[in-house]
Every structure is written in structure tokens, then in C-alpha cells.
Design a protein around this ligand. Structure first.
Ligand code: G6P
Length: 369
């Protein structure tokens, strides 16, 4: 096992650090910026299904559901296709309305999650075309779906998903961009630029991993907290949800993710000098609005950890800690902003003496209901 961890203390840390190469593997042979094309056979072979889709319905569980939420922003923003994101466990039992011209995308790292598998079978029985985004080759979900795209993240051993999440987002970004190109919702030159921006992501992720030492110091100050709130807007909202999930999964600290503007409809009542609030506040994505959300927290003496874009000054002044991440185009922010949150959860959990790779009560793959 020590050999498999390649010198890292835990599989989770190894997998966090593998993300630049995992993302590269995900788009190897698929992303060709110089030629201005994306090549994915699962999409090309079924392009008309996607282009004629009335809407896309995404079904998934856990972290994969968060990747689905990012995809909602991507598909609607870039390709102008309406999207609904469903917990597979709710979808399968609530008598959903699914029509033949709906495309269902099932996202699953393991490809074995019972609820997701059941949701796929239901959608197929109602005539929908079902596309899978899986990591495990030959898994049940990969076999049950009509077509699909693998994430190629390599085996993920840590129960808390890290590289599977960012590679799921990478595949979904490739699909969204290809559909945007086919539909003409992005001009050829904008499309080509997006391909180069995506190609640069592994380098950006490599850079953001340099915040590790700073995060160890932040974690030292937060390892004894009882609660933590995570806030973000637009593309950073699913990032906030995923940040909160990571923390609760491995450190057993109660954490909640919220769209920052919804804070005033509830969570703001919780904010006092004991409450740490992690705000994903990158330059692109409603920056002014998030600044005012941070002011609201500050005036109630909440402890703010902000994830900001390199060079930010305004939020840095307001926050107790600011973690700077490299700038990228807005739709690629989740791939960068997620990384410091993974590291923060990891270090806090280690400091609390938790079993990071195998948290209590959790399973890597939930094959029963
Ligand atoms: C379990 C795992 C999570 C995962 C979820 C969905 O809860 O602990 O990390 O996100 O299942 O799994 P899937 O394999 O379908 O992505």
C-alpha cells in the first residue's frame, strides 16, 4: 500500500496531486486546439440526438451530482440547452416526465451506484437517450447507457472523490463546447479560444497546488471548529457545495454549501465570531455582489476564508485569510477553485486524526439502496 501511495501519506492527497495529469489524460486525443476541434466518438456518433434534444436531464449522486450542477451552468451558458439536474434517488421514485427527445446524462465515478443505475433504466424505459460519464471502464452504468465518455482519471481509492470530480467536469466541458460549436452558439474564433483555455487548465491546476503550505497554516486555525459555511455564486456555487461535502465527509465537521445570495434567507442567522465562512470569490462571476456578501459576514464578525483571483486586493483586505488562485475564463473556474477546498478539508481532517481515506460510515461505491 505504501508503494501505491507513491510517498504520499494518503491516497486522497496523492489523488489531489494527480489532478493535472488526470485532466490531461481526460482530454488526450479529444481536445485539439490547433485544429479547432473536439473529437469524442460518443458525442459525434449521436450528435443529432444532442442537437435535437428538448432538454438535458442529468442524474447522479454525491460528488457526481455536484459535477452535474457545474454541467448545468456549462450547457446552458455555452450551448444554450436547457438542463435539469436530479438526484438519481429522487428521480427514480417521483414519476418523472421524460420524453423521447430528452437526453439523459448519468454521471458516476464507479459506474455502480444503485440509484443512478435505476434512474438510467427508468429513463431508457421511457424512451430517452441515455449518455454515461463514468470513470470505471466496463462498469454497470457504462454498459447500461446507450453511449458515453470515460473520464480516464485512473483508479480513485480515497472514498472522498477528488480527481474523479475534476475529470467529470473536464468531460462535461468538452461536451458543452462541442455542442456549442455544433449549434453555433459560440463563434468559431471564440470556440477556438475556449479550446486553448481548456488546454491550459492542467498547468493552472499545477500552479494552484502551490497553495498547499498556506492551506496547512489556515487548517491549523480551523481544525477545531464545529461548523463551517461555504458560499459561492454562479459557477462557484457547485464548488461551494462540493467544498462543504468534502469537509463533512472526511473531518466530520458540519458544513453547508449555499449560493451566497441565499445566505440572507437563513444561514446569516448562524453567523457570529465562531462561524468560519469559506467564500469562493473569484474575479469573474458576480464579483461586486460577492463583495457585498462578504461585507455582510464581516459586519457580523464571521471568520472569512476567501478563495480569490491572483492580484485581488479588495477581498484580501476584508478576509481573515485569502487563498489566491490563477485567473482563468469564468466557465473553467470550478476546475481551479475546487483544488484549495480539497486541500483544506484534507489537512483539517488529518489534524483531527480522522481516517481520511476511509471515513466512518461511508463507502466508495454505494451499490445498494
Ligand atoms: C459515494 C462516494 C462519493 C460519490 C458517490 C457517487 O457516496 O463516497 O464519493 O460521489 O458515492 O458515486 P459515483 O461512483 O456514482 O460517482
Amino acid at each position: 500500500e505504501q508503494i501505491e501511495k507513491k510517498g504520499y501519506d494518503h491516497f486522497m492527497l496523492k489523488e489531489i496531486y494527480e489532478q493535472p495529469s488526470a485532466i490531461l489524460d481526460t482530454f488526450r486525443g479529444r481536445l485539439l486546439p490547433n485544429e479547432g476541434i473536439i473529437k469524442m466518438s460518443g458525442i459525434e456518433d449521436n450528435l443529432s440526438k444532442f442537437l435535437n434534444a428538448n432538454r438535458i436531464v442529468i442524474v447522479a449522486c454525491g460528488t457526481s451530482w455536484h459535477a452535474g450542477l457545474v454541467a448545468e451552468y456549462l450547457f446552458e451558458d455555452l450551448a444554450r440547452i436547457p438542463v435539469e439536474v436530479e438526484y438519481a434517488s429522487e428521480f427514480r421514485y417521483r414519476n418523472p416526465v421524460i420524453k423521447r427527445d430528452d437526453v439523459v446524462i448519468a454521471i458516476s465515478q464507479s459506474g455502480e451506484t444503485a440509484d443512478t443505475l435505476a434512474a438510467i433504466k427508468l429513463a431508457k424505459s421511457m424512451g430517452a437517450f441515455v449518455f454515461g460519464v463514468c470513470n470505471v471502464v466496463g462498469s454497470s452504468i457504462a454498459r447500461e447507457t446507450n453511449a458515453g465518455a470515460y473520464t480516464h482519471a485512473g483508479p480513485e481509492i480515497g472514498v472522498a472523490s477528488t480527481k474523479a470530480f475534476t475529470t467529470q467536469i473536464t468531460v462535461l466541458t468538452l461536451i458543452a463546447l462541442r455542442l456549442a460549436n455544433a449549434k453555433g452558439t459560440l463563434s468559431t474564433s471564440d470556440y477556438k479560444k475556449c479550446l486553448f483555455d481548456l488546454e491550459a487548465i492542467p498547468r493552472r491546476v499545477e500552479e494552484v497546488l502551490d497553495v498547499n503550505d498556506q492551506i496547512v497554516k489556515i487548517a491549523e486555525n480551523y481544525s477545531d471548529v464545529a461548523n463551517c459555511l461555504y458560499l459561492g455564486r454562479k459557477y462557484n456555487f457547485p464548488v461551494a457545495l462540493e467544498g462543504a461535502l468534502k469537509l463533512k465527509e472526511i473531518s466530520y465537521i458540519h458544513a453547508e454549501g449555499y449560493p451566497a445570495a441565499e445566505m440572507k434567507h437563513g444561514p446569516i442567522a448562524l453567523i457570529d465570531e465562531q462561524m468560519p465562512v469559506v467564500v469562493i470569490a473569484t474575479k469573474k462571476g458576480n464579483y461586486e455582489k460577492i463583495v457585498s456578501n462578504i461585507q455582510e459576514i464581516k459586519s457580523r464578525r464571521g471568520r472569512i476564508i476567501a478563495v480569490v483571483t491572483q492580484g485581488d486586493t479588495m477581498i484580501k483586505e476584508m478576509a481573515d485569510y485569502a487563498i489566491e488562485i490563477p485567473e482563468t475564463v469564468e466557465f473553467l473556474t470550478p476546475l481551479i477553485a475546487t483544488i484549495p477546498l480539497q486541500l483544506l478539508s484534507y489537512h483539517i481532517a488529518v489534524m483531527r486524526g480522522c481516517n481520511v481515506d476511509q471515513p466512518r460510515n461511508l463507502a466508495k461505491s454505494v451499490t445498494v439502496e
